[in-house]
Design a protein around this ligand. Structure first.
Ligand code: CO8
Length: 143
């Protein structure tokens, strides 16, 4: 197995990862937010964005909420509820906030909104705080 590179190559946020999503994040009070426009390479059914990609966006924005607050945690469990199809080319908004924290366990909620504000996907996830040595990562881009 090849050694992972030293620089930040996060699929979600690294500006260097050539096949990554290159997400940037903003903080708005208790909410972490990002925007994304899916292209044809992100589709499953024709013209419709792949659900796994949408789950990735939600996982990433929830993880970034924690990372931006200096909390090193990994996704332990995540559920997604897909209510509306998301079409290629739409400007999507993904948002995350914390719902509870107890010991090492942090529960997060995320939602993905269509341009008209309709919630297309909701996510709930459990993150577990880990020692920073378990995960190595550079500080991601913040706008
Ligand atoms: C900053 C940008 C980064 C972006 C990355 C996006 C986020 C990600 O995708 S992270 C990658 C995906 N996730 C992973 O790879 C994690 C893989 N899993 C692991 O490494 C481990 O299982 C890990 C770290 C989650 C937990 O391991 P470990 O520290 O040994 O904990 P473990 O002993 O199993 O459980 C700890 C506690 O949680 C409890 N627990 C375990 N599972 C659950 C659960 N599903 N719900 C509630 N509690 C649970 C356990 O009972 C235990 O409780 P207690 O301490 O009271 O006994």
């Amino acid at each position: 197995m090849s050694k992972p590179p030293d620089e930040n190559m996060c699929f979600g946020c690294s500006p260097q990862n050539p096949v990554g999503l290159k997400l940037k994040f903003e903080q708005d009070g208790d909410v972490c937010r990002s925007y994304f426009i899916a292209g044809p390479v992100h589709q499953g059914w024709r013209g419709i964005v792949h659900g796994g990609l949408l789950a990735t966006l939600l996982d990433e924005v929830m993880a970034q909420w924690l990372w931006m607050r200096g909390i090193t945690a990994m996704t332990m469990e995540m559920t997604t509820r897909y209510s509306r199809s998301v079409r290629v080319g739409e400007r999507l908004t993904v948002e995350a906030s914390m719902t509870s924290a107890r010991g090492r366990l942090i529960e997060m909620a995320g939602r993905l909104l269509l341009p008209d504000g309709t919630v297309a996907v909701r996510a709930k996830a459990k993150f577990l705080k880990v020692k920073p040595e378990k995960v190595k990562k550079e500080v991601p881009a913040i706008e």
